[in-house]
Design a binder for this molecule. Structure first.
Ligand code: PGA
Length: 253
């Protein structure tokens, strides 16, 4: 079965409530009832419920940018997988490079979160990617391999069906320096080969792998037609409805 393309917007810590609702409304209007490409928006936690309201009845799905690995209890400031589901989330982004590198999330912590979110029924968008120094030292393949295997330790076949990977080279995030189609295809193919080796062809061939890092409406088409690129995770360009919808449009071709 061909893998359905996914275009997901990671709004990060941006938008006022009014801006979030307007942006979500414009995405809903632009997508209409066309569900050839899966589309998701990931607003900040406090905007999940109001944005869920705007998305009601539309094929545009809701996602969160982070989640706790814990189910409930004394974890001040944390948000559980069940809470996200109750807010209407289908997706949750886990292991974004900003959480790994700015907030110090470890592979082990990410693995714990991936398990908890999948156990609860969420779809996980798991981010991986090398830093500039790692790429310059030719370590890209080794790093992404380690990140995937560490984050996915212990997952069952049932879990894998709700997992999406996002290859996001750290040097491309928010920098305007997008990976070339060759760099993206090479990394995606290497990730798929790793999974084929460790988990078998059925899982490797079915797993969607998104590209992320400075994707815009202008460069999206060049990435989205690559054989191992199954969609994009978009930061900056997801904050303007026109550019985000331009990327959705590119994914349809
Ligand atoms: P960017 O962010 O599109 O602004 O580079 C991508 C991401 O962080 O997911």
């Amino acid at each position: 079965m061909p893998r359905q393309k996914l275009v997901a917007g990671n709004w990060k810590m941006n938008t006022t409530l009014a801006e979030a609702k307007t942006l979500a409304g414009a995405v809903v209007a632009g997508v209409g009832t066309d569900d050839r490409v899966a589309v998701a928006v990931c607003p900040p936690f406090p905007w999940l419920l109001p944005v869920a309201d705007v998305l009601k009845g539309s094929p545009v799905a809701l996602g969160a940018q982070n989640v706790s690995a814990e189910k409930k209890g004394a974890f001040t400031g944390e948000v559980s997988p069940a809470m996200l589901l109750e807010c209407g989330c289908r997706y949750v982004i886990i292991g974004h490079s900003e959480r790994r590198h700015i907030l110090g999330e470890s592979d082990a912590a990410i693995n714990h979160k991936v398990h908890s979110a999948l156990d609860e029924g969420l779809h996980v968008i798991l981010c991986i990617g090398e830093t500039l120094t790692e790429r310059e030292r030719n370590l890209t393949e080794r790093i992404v391999q380690r990140q995937v295997l560490a984050a996915c330790t212990g997952l069952t076949d049932h879990h894998w069906a709700r997992l999406t990977l996002a290859y996001e080279p750290v040097w491309a995030i928010g920098t305007g320096k997008v990976a070339t189609p060759d760099q993206a295809q090479e990394a995606h193919a290497a990730i798929r080969a790793t999974l084929r080796h460790f988990r078998g062809s059925a899982i490797a061939d079915a797993l969607p792998i998104l590209y992320g890092g400075s994707v815009t409406a202008d460069n999206a088409a060049g990435l989205l037609h690559l054989p191992d690129v199954d969609g994009v995770l978009v930061g900056g360009a997801s904050l303007k409805a026109d550019s985000f919808l331009g990327i959705v449009q590119a994914a349809k071709k």
